[in-house]
Design a protein around this ligand. Structure first.
Ligand code: NAP
Length: 682
């Protein structure tokens, strides 16, 4: 059998192994299948290539450019995913497991590509929050902005998700505009290497944006600088070793850690046998135990059920686990494949025996179980093992020993306070779930357990058809957890991108802020054009371009007409005495919606032109009442422009309505879709 040589990708070249390469074994047969690592890898050259070649190419792009690039990678990987499935079986993963690792990884790319285009500007600077007024007259303002770190992101990944583990970090890193050096765990780096080859060979990424170290990463950490980031996933012991490197501490280098976690699942006190929640709970527990043979950082390690429902829950779990077929992951009838290696198997059995000191194994015998398949000679198979701990208050191992395999412990609780107290004894986890149909139980869990868990997952009869699963980190939601889970955060939508950017407080005049942000800021210069802005195409409109309208007087007849026409005969518009009794009004006032309608009548240019549609209003505020006899006029300013597709883009207009004394009566942002060309010229 040929032993594959797994390469690293360094400064634009694939580098093979040397004599010090590490060995990789098939999880199914135990045979040596590959070698990875080269002790002569020039780490300085890789860091330099990333910082001087990859970084500048990425910084030159806008967030939308980078989002498009991430989507293109997702499409290429989708096309070639069969090759990834094929190679992944050797890690012990079943086809169902591939859907989480490979399809899940690709899905994460698609999600970030879409969030990047929807939630980030087509620009190189990301604005964090609103403009802050720092002076009485508004001539000195503040705005938080985020720009990409000018270093490199070093991603050190765990063995269990060789594809998702890389892509869930790569997507936010690239979107931020930062190059990455990926170091997968050796045991499964052959899968990651193939994924990186597909990406590199597609030619989508600029040079230097992605490099790969298979095997040892040597002393890379000691060569990092303050503009670099380390994003680590793995065990707590490796995290402690890495995060205490002097170079990291001395230079305040960001270190994001996702490490082990004693996740819990609680069956709500309301979920009695026979309820949909009772069955749902058993289903989720079984799924979490056997998926990836329990090698999931989010898997349920501790199962808490009300004392009264303990025995029925044990029975249903035993029945469900009995029907689990273990064996060659390539067979369609296999429910659970192998652990990643025999080293991992030894680790799992050792840790399971530690749990066994304080709990009784009530299902699964590692010395006596069936394995299906004809080529499973020395594979790393274990059965799912369920333990019962009779005294969870005094037991310690069940709350602090992570068995990274298909092993969970069931425990009984007295009441919800007790359940939460036990769940929190994990000292910080990635996820805790509560299966309940009682919203009060859910609120209690958030108040008492929220601080201990990165994610709280509630499921019941109403959400179970569409719920995403206890163990699945979603790209839109935070993944990470406090304390023992590493104290890090990943994903969480655009929050995940911010780990690779620097937030800077920028202070200056409205004109300075307008130029930096490419968003017109009140108080900044306003320009005017001879043509009405509604006759000008998306490309012609300038940030700050302003239309000032003539004024219109509001009469009692206008208010009456509007009230009866719309049916809005609210007393403040109809009854002077009643309006006066209201602390907000000096007497009968015009409808706010009347003002908006009159404003549109004042600023609209009615002819067919580049404005295609009004798609909304944001941040509407009525500041001052308008009464019959008052006049209003409008100031319409181009605040921001965002291209949307090949033919049109969104224009955000700042609209202010003022009265005859120039006092502001209403302010809002108007959104329109504007064509790149006038309809007549198309
Ligand atoms: P690990 O042994 O800590 O290894 C993690 C990564 O660190 C691997 O790439 C490993 O490379 C590398 N590494 C080890 N020693 C290093 C050193 N001295 N310098 C630089 N890199 C070093 O963890 P694992 O066994 O792969 O993964 C299992 C653990 O990860 C479990 O505890 C699990 O809970 C945790 N995990 C957590 C999450 C999460 O999101 N929180 C996700 C998945 C897994 P080599 O393989 O080459 O040694």
């Amino acid at each position: 059998m040929t032993v594959q040589e797994i390469c690293s990708f360094s400064a634009g070249k694939w580098i093979g192994c040397d004599d010090e390469a590490r060995q990789i074994f098939s999880a199914i047969t135990g045979d040596l299948i590959a070698r990875a690592g080269n002790s002569t890898l020039d780490i300085d050259a890789m860091l330099d290539f990333a910082r001087t070649v990859g970084g500048p190419s990425l910084w030159a792009m806008t967030f939308h450019d980078r989002a498009r690039l991430i989507k293109a990678i997702a499409l290429v990987l989708t096309e070639k995913k069969q090759a990834l499935y094929d190679i992944s079986f050797s890690t012990g993963a079943t086809q169902k497991d591939h859907l989480i690792d490979i399809d899940g990884g690709i899905g994460t790319l698609f999600a970030f590509a879409s969030m990047g285009r929807r939630e980030m500007p087509d620009d190189q600077i990301y604005l964090d929050g609103s403009v802050e007024r720092l002076s009485r007259n508004g001539t000195f303002l503040g705005q938080h902005v985020c720009t990409p770190l000018q270093g490199v992101a070093v991603h050190i990944n765990a063995f269990n998700f060789p594809v998702w583990g890389m892509l869930e970090k790569l997507a936010p890193t690239l979107l931020a505009g930062v190059p990455a050096i990926v170091k997968p765990a050796t045991a499964t780096c052959h899968v990651t290497e193939l994924c990186v080859r597909i990406i590199i060979e597609s030619g989508i990424l600029p040079k230097g944006a992605l490099q790969l170290v298979c095997g040892s990463i040597g002393d890379t950490i000691s060569r990092l600088t303050s503009q670099d980031v380390v994003s680590f996933t793995g065990s707590a012991s490796t995290a402690i070793h890495l995060r205490s490197q002097p170079q990291l501490i001395e230079n305040s280098i960001r270190f994001i850690a996702e490490q082990d976690s004693l996740n819990a699942s609680i069956l709500g006190p309301d979920a009695a046998p026979g309820s949909p929640e009772f069955d749902l709970f058993a289903k989720e527990v079984k799924r979490e135990m056997i998926t990836k043979a329990g090698q999931k950082c989010t898997a349920i390690r501790r199962i808490f059920v009300p004392q009264a429902h303990l025995n029925p829950m044990i029975e249903i779990l035993k029945t469900q686990l009995t029907s689990t077929s273990i064996g060659d992951p390539r067979l369609t009838e296999t429910d659970m494949g192998a652990l990643v290696s025999n080293v991992q198997k030894r680790n799992v059995l050792e840790k399971a025996s530690m749990i066994g000191r304080q709990a009784e194994r009530i299902f699964g015998d590692p010395d006596n179980f069936d394995v299906i398949g004809t080529e499973v000679g020395n594979g790393a198979f274990v059965p799912p093992m369920l333990f019962y701990c009779p005294d969870p208050d005094t037991a310690e191992n069940v709350h602090d020993t992570e068995v990274f395999g298909p092993v969970s412990t069931i425990m009984a609780y007295r009441n919800m306070d007790h359940a939460i107290e036990l769940a929190n004894r994990g000292q910080g986890s990635l996820v805790a779930s509560v299966i309940t149909n009682d919203a009060e139980v859910a609120r209690q869990a958030v108040l008492s357990a929220g601080a201990f868990h990165g994610r709280l997952y509630f499921n019941n009869r109403k959400s179970m058809q569409e719920s995403t699963g206890h163990g699945s980190p979603m790209p839109q939601m935070l993944h990470g957890g406090p304390g023992r889970a590493g104290g890090g955060e990943e994903l969480g939508g655009i929050r995940g991108v911010m780990h690779y950017m620097q937030r800077t407080a920028v202070q200056g005049s409205p004109d300075i802020l307008t130029r930096i942000s490419k968003k017109w800021v009140p108080g900044a210069e306003q320009s005017s054009e001879p043509d009405h802005p509604f006759t000008r195409t998306f490309g012609m409109l300038e940030i700050g371009e302003t239309l000032k309208t003539k004024s219109r007087k509001i009469s009692t007849e206008d208010i009456e007409h509007f009230a009866h026409f719309t049916g809005d005969t609210f007393y403040a518009h109809m009854d002077d005495a009643a309006a006066r009794r209201n602390p907000f009004f000096p007497g009968r006032v015009a409808h706010g919606y009347l003002l908006l309608s009159f404003a549109a009548g004042l600023f609209v240019q009615p002819d067919e032109g580049p404005v295609l549609a009004n798609t909304g209003l944001d941040k509407l505020r009525f500041m001052m009442p308008v009464q019959a006899g008052d006049s209003i006029k409008v100031c319409l300013t181009v605040k921001h422009k965002t291209p949307r597709n090949e033919s049109y883009g969104e224009v955000r207009w700042h609209v202010s309505i003022s009265n005859q004394d120039d006092a502001l009566v209403a302010e809002y942002e108007l959104l329109t879709m504007n064509a790149y060309q006038c309809p007549a010229s198309i």
